[in-house]
Ligand binder design. Sequence first.
Ligand code: FCB
Length: 454
Amino acid sequence: MTASVSTAIPHDFPSSFVWGVATSAFQIEGAAAEDGKGPSNWDRFCERPGAIADHSNGNTACDHYYRWEPDLDLVASLGVDAYRFSVSWPRVRPGGQGAWNAKGLDFYERLVDGLLQRGVQPYLTLHHWDLPLELQDAGGWANRDTVFRFVEYAQGMHSRLGDRVASITTHNEPWVMATLGHETGLFAPGIRDRATAMQAAHHLLLSHGLAVQALRADGCRCDLGIVLNLSPVQAASSAAADIAQAQHDDGRLLRWYMDPLFEARYPDDICAFLGPDMPRVEADDLLQIAQPLDFLGINYYSRSVASASGQWQAAHSGLALTDMGWEIYPQGLTELLLRLHRDYRVPPLFVTENGGAFKDALHGDRVHDAERTAYIAAHIAAVGEALREGVPMAGYMVWSLLDNFEWASGYEKRFGIVHVDYATQQRTLKDSALWYRDFLKTQRAAADAGVRGG
Ligand code: FCB
């Protein structure tokens, strides 16, 4: 039975608005040890017993390293303006320093040229979590030296591709790398130590600021920015303790990143809370971090709810959940965008990731994923609402083009608008992809009519 869903989107988007789809290297490429690619922190983490729900790894993933051409044809067939992808640092510079890998660099040359030939703008992310293992073994992001290796890597990629990509993102979701990677240990490198996590967060931010300056000094003409995972944090109840918890969680998730990036300071309440776990911040670091940006990317999936007891559960909230167990809460995206616009001097904003995992079933050559279509449509409408309220929204990208390796969940969770049969690597456009394609056609027609009509 197909659920009836509302996919009507009442808002007009400007013709300059960028529509896209997103992926990341480790989640789709495979070819984990081929053509000179070095191992990464994630390759190592996948070997840890119990780390990945289905005991899988990224060795083959969607085999995109070999199937990039038909995959780019799929991207183009959707009619998107932009494709957001990431470069695997260990593929292009296997040890994180020293020799570059010509075959790895050639792969991204072909990918970028292939996008341009198809009329799709390349949106490049430098670091979507896969760090060369040698750097990890030397302390990874907790080691200040990694900051300078990252700047070299950014400059190397910019010198190869900066003339053709539309946009370069330094990091994808530093909170996830710092907190899930170094404090809860759920993600690579699997460390459980708050002080290490906060030091890693600081170094990620510092490397962002230094890379932005280095690329500008190198004459960068493409847009530069960073991508954060953000949510509005709501108190589970009106009890003072829950409200205080929400303020604290907001500090750790949002203000810890937004304040240094846009105001050159760390939030006082969180610094006080951290005490001895406060990272070492050298003189001028904060000024180096707070560089003017061409855009800020926001990855939004759900709201966050804070309870002092830690007892609150999404499953009991009464809202529909995705297959990740995340509440479907599109109004939270509008709320978040309005807040960022109100509290910070933000550059143009992109939703660089948004989408849902659902239990999909392939029926012949169709996947009737009405819930995903409804999810995407509702969140696009939420972006339209923010635009109407004056937030400088510049684009929206669906996570994800393909079903792929969903980190600690392995291949069990499917976020793609294109279904992947991992046994055959067959791709099938889900109904949500067909809907997105038709929606973009309508948008374009409306924008063209608007232009003609003056
Ligand atoms: C984000 C990640 C992305 C994907 C989605 C579901 O945190 O950036 O790679 O895993 O979540």
